[in-house]
Each structure stands twice: as structure tokens, then as C-alpha cells.
Design a protein around this ligand. Structure first.
Ligand SMILES: [Zn+2]
Length: 259
């Protein structure tokens, strides 16, 4: 492992990561929320986050280095293959965690329930939402509550569930909670099936683009008709993010000025 950009692993020095990773076999490649986890022998783990523009690419030794290369992993005894972390904007990160306890502790404070796990039930979602006045979109984006839902997926899930993004999450009825749970799971499943969205930078290990952007039901479809009712999709801001809705399917909550 060679960390070419020290910002990637701040505050740890590149040598700390390189020493921990170098020479250790990869036992498992996992994911938790938006983190990718390289688990190595001797219970050493490397948690990586692509953030806005990071990519993890596989390359073969004679290939020229791609632009914006930040970290290089040389794989196998012959060094014929490389795994490359590229990142235009440099928000991507890498953290070494020594031992399963350290790994669990790292995620305990950062990530909530996995939406694709059996733990993500309507009951669990209802318990998380109970009493909260946060707008449902902001709630969905909070990684400490539900792990891994980003801006695109929140929009798609809310449209599927026919819920306005500014609705206080604690005010959702039982049937809406169940619809939201299904919406989140279906939006994520659709995104995975399409191999992700490549609006700007995201690429697969082989450099291929995802095609989820061609299947969006509401996200980035401002001015186009809703596929369910024909109403024109509009854009607003929620949780500080560009947010797309069908104003007919997703009715705005009534404002209570007294509060
Ligand atoms: Zn509609």
C-alpha cells in the first residue's frame, strides 16, 4: 500500500496505514453504510469512504496511472494487479482499525441500522421516528439512524412512499412508515441492480459507469411528468440538498405557524 495523498488518512500518517496493511492477505471485502471495509489477516481492517468523487479501480500493472490517484495497493506476490483509489475532490478517507472491537466501535457512533438487513423492520423504523420533528428527508440522510441512504435514494424512496420530504418524521402514520421502509429498500435494490448512479464521477472497479441515473423516478426529473400521475416534477430544498418531488403524489404538510 502506498498513500500518495496524506489528507486521505488524516490525522494518521500514511506510514501507519501502510505498515498495518502491507503484506497482509485480504480475507474479506465488506460494506457498512457507505463505508467499504477491507478486512485483512490478523484482524486488521481498513475502512474506506469514497465521499463525493472517490473511486476504487482495478488495474493491471502495465496500465498507466489514472488521474487523481490518491492511494495504490499492489495485489498479489507478482504485483500484476493493482487496486487504485482515485479522487478528484479529495474528500475520500481511509482509516485503519486494529481488531474487531475497534471496528465495531468505529461504526457504533457513526452508523445506524442497515436498511438491507432483517433488522430494518417497520417496527424498528417507527421506533427511530417516534417523537422526532425532523423533516423525513433529513432523517433519512442521517447516517447515525439509517446507514447508507444518500440524496438520490432518499428522493426515490419518498416518491415511492408518496411522502413529502418536509413532513416531520414523527408525524408519519403506521401505513406511511411501512411504505417508507419499502420505498427505501426498493430504491436501494433498484440502484444496486443498475450498478449505481454515474451522474458525475462514480465508476466501477473496471471503470464502467452505473445506469441508475437512467431509471430515476423523480430525482433530477424537474419539469418532467410524474410516471404515476402525470403532474410536473418540481424541485425544492430539503436538508440543504436539491430535492425532487411530485407535488400531487407527495402533498406538502400543513404549516403550523404557532409552533
Ligand atoms: Zn405523481
Amino acid at each position: 500500500m502506498e498513500v500518495l495523498d496524506p489528507r486521505w488518512c488524516e490525522p494518521a500518517p500514511p506510514s501507519a496505514l501502510e505498515d498495518a496493511v502491507r503484506g497482509r492477505a485480504i480475507e474479506r471485502f465488506g460494506r457498512r453504510g457507505k463505508y467499504l471495509i477491507l478486512s485483512l489477516e490478523d484482524d486488521v481492517h481498513l475502512a474506506m469512504h469514497l465521499r463525493m468523487t472517490g473511486n476504487l479501480l482495478l488495474a493491471h500493472a502495465p496500465d498507466p496511472d489514472p488521474p487523481y490517484l490518491r492511494v495504490r495497493f499492489v495485489l498479489g506476490p507478482d504485483g500484476a494487479k493493482e487496486m487504485l483509489f482515485t479522487d478528484v475532490r479529495r474528500f475520500g478517507t481511509g482509516t485503519v482499525l486494529l481488531g474487531s472491537d475497534a471496528l465495531a466501535e468505529f461504526f457504533a457512533s457513526r452508523l445506524g441500522v442497515e436498511p438491507l438487513s432483517p433488522d430494518f423492520t417497520a417496527e424498528a423504523l417507527r421506533a427511530l421516528a417516534r417523537g422526532r420533528r425532523a423533516p423525513v428527508k433529513a432523517f433519512l440522510l442521517t447516517q447515525e439512524r439509517i446507514a447508507g441512504v444518500g440524496n438520490i435514494y432518499a428522493d426515490e424512496a419518498l416518491w415511492r412512499a408518496r411522502i413529502h420530504p418536509l413532513r416531520p418524521v414523527g408525524s408519519l402514520k403506521r401505513a406511511q412508515i411501512e411504505a417508507l421502509r419499502e420505498g427505501v429498500v426498493e430504491a436501494l435494490a433498484e440502484g444496486i441492480d443498475a450498478k449505481g448512479a454515474s451522474i458525475d464521477d462514480f465508476r466501477h472497479a473496471d471503470g464502467a459507469r452505473g445506469s441508475f441515473q437512467d431509471r430515476f423516478l423523480v430525482h433530477m426529473r424537474e419539469g418532467e411528468p410524474c410516471t404515476r400521475c402525470g403532474t410536473t416534477i418540481t424541485k425544492l430544498r430539503a436538508a440543504g440538498r436539491g430535492t425532487y418531488i411530485c407535488p400531487n403524489c407527495q402533498r406538502r404538510p400543513r404549516l403550523r405557524r404557532s409552533a
